[in-house]
Design a protein around this ligand. Structure first.
Ligand code: NAD
Length: 275
């Protein structure tokens, strides 16, 4: 198999470019899905406290039997756990459920601006990182003003921001800001929750390459220098979504997919409003 690529974060930690997303995969399904993903070659798993499946993820990791240090496990701090004291406790709960001593990446799931604690929480995550319970810490769903505020108040630039990003919502302004600050962009809902897979333009490119639409979209994320965490519980799709390291889209393909961007293409919540 062609080696999957990793991206080095500004803090020196390497993250696999394709990870396995487990939102809406419950504790009964997660062990099988995570084991199948690891057997297919994924080394990165993206979960969150709010997904309610950290125990199931732990069971899947154990069943796969791959050494811990080869895995890259991400979990996220939920909105009601913002604040210095809460954050440390929330991570401990996640670690217990995951049966891990440390996660590779701990993200603030949403900025939750109404609580107005995300800058304090960002500071608390630095202590968590120093304690060794997270190798890297970062942001999720932060907009440019949220990033500017935490950078301004703490002087610490998050190495990564996980945001909604798919061909129908390409987030070019935020990605430009990330590039200027050496923040890696991680795409959630990279397949547009399945919608992008049904786009005729993508289907045309896929047919020319003898690939599937999902593979073309994930290749588009990779060639844009993004990290992506597609989700599936279907074994064949789990394999298909990771088999994306041995072909290349042309510049013309990339330019065509760029035309699918729609500033109103957001599927998930607005980070300014979500609590
Ligand atoms: P996704 O874009 O990964 O789409 C998943 C859906 O696409 C599947 O349920 C299935 O219907 C379809 N699909 C998957 N593989 C396919 C294939 N090969 N062919 C055809 N259809 C296929 O959507 P998602 O689950 O919303 O996002 C992925 C991950 O991103 C989540 O599991 C989670 O880990 C993460 N996420 C994070 C946040 C956040 O706030 N940080 C929010 C949403 C999702």
């Amino acid at each position: 198999m062609v080696q999957p690529t990793r991206i080095r974060l500004s803090d020196g930690v390497d993250i696999p470019q394709i990870g396995f997303g487990v939102w809406q995969v419950d504790n009964t399904e997660a062990p099988k899905a995570v084991k199948a993903a690891i057997e297919a070659g994924y080394r990165s798993i993206d979960t969150a406290a709010i997904y309610g499946n950290e125990e199931g993820v732990a069971a899947g990791i154990r069943a796969a039997g791959v050494p811990r240090e080869q895995l890259f496990i991400t979990t996220k701090l939920w909105n009601e756990r913002h604040g210095a004291k809460n954050a440390a406790k929330a991570l401990d709960e996640s670690l217990r459920k995951l049966q891990l001593d440390y996660v590779d990446l701990y993200l603030i799931h949403w900025p939750n601006p109404r609580a107005n604690l995300y800058a304090e929480t960002w500071r608390a995550l630095q202590e968590i990182k120093s304690s060794g319970r997270a190798r890297s810490v970062g942001a999720s769903n932060f907009t440019i003003p949220h990033l500017e505020r935490i950078i301004g108040e703490t002087g610490i630039v998050p190495p990564i921001n996980q945001i909604e990003l798919h061909p129908g919502f390409q987030q070019t302004a935020l990605r430009d800001f990330h590039a200027r600050h050496k923040i890696v962009t991680e795409s959630w809902s990279p397949l547009g929750q399945g919608r992008a897979v049904r786009d005729p333009l993508i289907a045309g490119i896929a047919a020319r390459h003898g690939r599937t639409p999902a593979q073309v979209i994930l290749r588009w994320h990779i060639q844009n220098g993004l990290v992506a965490v597609p989700k599936s519980v279907t074994p064949a799709r789990i394999v298909e979504n990771f088999d994306v390291f041995n072909f290349e889209l042309t510049e013309e393909d990339m330019a065509k997919i760029a035309t699918l961007d729609n500033s109103r293409g957001r599927i998930g919540p607005d980070p300014d409003l979500f609590t």
